[in-house]
Design a protein around this ligand. Structure first.
Ligand code: S3P
Length: 441
């Protein structure tokens, strides 16, 4: 799914925010439920799937390899899987669109399909992102993969092989790298282990176990191991709301002069909740209500009310637990008293855009005092923001972060290319209109 995004959104200031917000399904869990459903024997039923462009890319790729996936909707999607030995060689290039998760996780699966050939690509952003981080461990397992820049950039060609299990010490704390290698391990001879430098989101480990994979986790050693041989079986999956989408409203509420928002059904898997810890540390008036568990993932409703935030330090092992929330945390920092320092976040430079450069450039246009560093930035917050014409860089999280900053600027802000929000959050603008009716014309 490669889409053009070039329509603008103008957001006017709105000091009062109120309402209950239903957020869309978790993007990471949506991808994994489609992929594991496609690889399982029998039927998988998915409730609450994210209808964004990224999961649509995953569904299109696996349909092209023989999985029967019903029309996508957030009520109920059914996937009739092909089983671990049933994936068909697609007759055309597999297009992951804008989605790094689709491409990187899928490469682990494709590399292990002995005797079948695959060509994979993505949009301009994805074709500029590093793939060596998954190609290198797959090649150590015996994979045959070719591509631009020595196999580091898509388009890539994959000739499926019988793979060998390895113990991979990943140099990056990346759930995409970990998941890619573990997925390849479903077919590899013997045992496949991944050790990470810091814990990243563990949705793959949870869902692989639920589908019947022979997988064990040693949390203290930051290690996950999968042994081949077990079949996967279709399961009912309930996708929780995406905490990375909830984050926009949590910051919107925290920085508004008068706010009371209830963000419902938020996934609070501990590998994802760095945003809640940091907002609390900054002094946000935030409470978890109605904590419960559904289909192996913890969820809660999160109430956020206005507060005066204080600057803080964000770095180290916290970074992987809020990796996608750093753009919106930069907005929180712009409204916090004193200095906020973000460090150890160089990974942001290889996301859908260079998110450090994008936020530094665009917040500067709105009058924020900051200094960009190779692995983060320092932000001196608490000064009024001015409306401006700003760029999304085709990056959904940049577009939405700037829209939230615009709500508390002193004049309207136009975000160019803001419709890319639909990659992860197709209902972002309607929800903005719901809680701040005067903000969007
Ligand atoms: C994801 C992992 C993270 C995150 C991305 C989704 C996943 O990427 O930024 O949006 O679903 O595994 P990295 O693995 O590159 O950190």
């Amino acid at each position: 799914m490669t889409a053009e995004h070039n329509s603008s959104l103008t957001v006017s200031p709105c000091p009062i925010l109120r309402g209950a917000i239903a957020i869309p399904g978790d993007k990471s869990i949506s991808h994994r439920s489609l992929m594991l459903g496609a690889l399982a024997e029998g039927e998988t039923s998915i409730r609450g799937l994210l209808l964004g462009e990224d999961p649509r890319s995953t569904a299109a790729c696996f349909r092209a390899m023989g999985a029967e996936i019903s029309k996508l909707n957030s009520e109920l999607v059914t996937v009739r899987g092909v089983g671990l030995s049933g994936l068909k060689e697609p007759v055309d290039v597999l297009d992951a669109g804008n989605s790094g998760t689709t491409l990187r996780l899928m490469l682990g699966i494709l590399a292990a399909q002995a005797g079948r050939f695959f060509a994979v690509t993505g949009d301009g952003s994805l074709r500029s992102r590093p793939m060596g981080r998954v190609v290198t461990p797959l090649q150590k397992m015996g994979a045959q993969i070719w591509g631009r820049v020595g196999g580091d950039r898509a388009p890539l060609a994959v000739q499926g092989q019988r793979l060998q299990g390895i113990h991979y010490q990943s140099p990056v704390a990346s759930a995409q790298v970990k998941s890619c290698v573990l997925l390849a391990g479903l077919w590899a001879e013997g045992e496949t282990t991944v050790t990470e430098p810091a814990p990243s989101r563990d949705h793959s480990e949870r869902m692989l176990t639920a589908f019947g994979a022979d997988l064990s986790v040693d949390r203290a050693a930051r290690t996950a191991t999968v042994r081949s041989g077990a079949q996967l079986y279709g399961q009912p999956v309930t996708v929780p709301g995406d905490i990375s989408s909830a984050a926009f409203w949590l910051v919107a509420g925290a920085i508004a002069p008068e706010a009371d928002l209830l963000v419902q059904n938020v996934g609070i898997n501990p590998t994802r909740t760095g945003i809640l810890d940091v907002l609390q540390q900054m002094g946000a008036n935030l409470k978890l209500e109605n904590e419960r568990e559904e289909a192996g993932e913890p969820i809660a409703d999160v109430r956020i009310q206005s507060s005066q935030l204080q600057g803080c330090e964000i770095g180290g092992d916290t970074i992987p637990t809020l990796i996608d929330e750093i753009p919106i945390l930069a907005v929180a920092a712009a409204f916090a008293q004193g200095k906020t320092t973000i460090r150890d976040a160089a990974e942001l430079r290889v996301k859908e855009s260079d998110r450090l450069a994008a936020m530094a450039t665009e917040l500067t246009k709105m009058g924020v005092l900051l200094e960009e560093h190779p692995d983060g930035m320092e932000i001196w917050g608490g000064q009024p923001l001015e409306g401006a014409v700003v760029e999304s860089y085709g990056d959904h999280r940049i577009a939405m972060s700037l829209a939230i900053a615009a709500l508390q600027a002193n004049s309207p802000t136009t975000i160019r290319g803001a419709d890319c929000a639909s990659i992860s959050y197709p209902t972002f603008v309607p929800t903005l209109q719901q809680i701040a009716p005067a903000s969007v014309a």
